[in-house]
Design a protein around this ligand. Structure first.
Ligand code: ADP
Ligand code: MG
Length: 319
């Protein structure tokens, strides 16, 4: 159905790849997995009003729908290759489609990712993107490899997207910090190169989509360990610190979602080498704590006192 819409998407996202034997146009795509590689697959759905606020620009939606998926590949240490796009639209709005496809393509091009197919239907605005990538056998970064005394690190800065969302909803002032934070919310940077660099170094890895405590909690559960976080080490952007007080920005960094940074663990003797690698890639990596015996995550301040967050929903992580 809707061939003109599909043609518009195909044109705007065109990306040649030798491993795409057959892309958009037939009943299914035909793809060649490089010899000796494992296929890594992920899918994520975004619903208007749930995963992005009504009024988000079409180009930002297109970018983010792909970015959240590339972030899943990044956290596995996979190199992206192909995507499928299931688009549900309230009406055949060509301006929306064009801008959406441009935002999607802008990010796709930076990774030479090819959109190889999809589905287009009518209904409440909903976008599902499936992505596929490759990793050498046995090299994928999993959640279950964290060991006691490993260091816990994160790329980039935390809490920016939560700050950006708060400002969008409560404070319409436009200035440099709010623009920076809004961009972090609307156009997250998937840490693909960082994920590749971590392949032979990280013992466990996850992307921070639901908030640091929630996502590090998944590593802890899968690895059957606990973690201790030092709150004063949490990397926070100058924009976040400019617009929010210390406690609020700390809560955003601990529990805010949508940052799409990588949280990972490495044996402590590897921290310096990993930090040097990721500094070269531009995102950097900050050590924020360590893996301990037991379960759950405890958060301590600079004076080693336990921190209680004002934010509900993570008290059950306390020891
Ligand atoms: P079918 O009825 O065989 O599923 P469609 O009309 O749904 O055919 O799709 C025709 C072609 O266009 C297929 O190759 C499909 O993968 C592709 N396609 C449909 N919707 C999209 C989309 N939103 N993005 C990319 N490709 C799409
Ligand atoms: Mg179809």
């Amino acid at each position: 159905m809707e061939f003109s819409l599909i043609d518009r998407i195909r044109e705007r996202t065109a990306q040649g790849r030798d491993d795409v034997r057959l892309g958009i146009g037939d009943d299914a795509a035909l793809l060649a997995v490089p010899q000796g590689q494992e296929l890594v697959a992920a899918i994520d759905t975004m619903v208007e009003g749930v995963h992005f606020p009504r009024g988000t620009s079409a180009a930002d939606i297109g970018w983010k729908a792909l970015a959240v998926n590339l972030s899943d590949l990044a956290s596995m240490g996979a190199i992206p290759a192909w995507a499928l796009l299931a688009l549900t639209l309230p009406n055949a709005d060509t301006a929306f489609i064009d801008d959406f496809a441009d935002g999607f393509a802008q990010l796709a091009r930076t990774f030479r990712l090819a959109l190889v197919g999809g589905d287009t239907t009518r209904g409440m605005l909903t976008i599902s993107v499936a992505v596929h990538g490759f990793v050498p056998p046995g090299k994928a970064l999993l959640r279950n490899g964290a060991r006691v005394d490993d260091a816990v690190l994160v790329t980039g800065t935390l809490g920016d997207a939560a700050g950006g969302l708060y400002l969008k909803q409560h404070d319409k002032r436009i200035d440099a910090p709010s623009t920076y934070l809004a961009n972090r919310l609307d156009r997250p940077t998937p840490r693909v190169a960082a994920g590749l660099a971590l392949r032979d170094r990280a013992s466990a890895c996850i992307d921070v989509s639901d908030g640091l405590l929630a996502d590090l909690g998944h590593i802890c559960t899968a690895s059957d360990v606990g973690a201790q976080i030092e709150a004063h080490l949490l990397p926070r952007s100058s924009a976040l610190l400019d617009r929010f007080d210390d406690v609020t920005s700390r809560d955003f960094a601990l529990t805010g979602g949508d940052d799409y940074e990588l949280c990972f663990t490495v044996p402590s003797q590897q921290v310096a080498a990993v930090q040097a690698d990721l500094a070269k890639l531009g995102c950097g990596a900050t050590r924020i704590g360590r893996i301990v015996e037991g379960r759950g995550i405890s958060v301590r301040d600079a004076a080693d006192r336990p921190i209680e967050s004002a934010h509900r929903g993570w008290d059950h992580f306390a020891p």
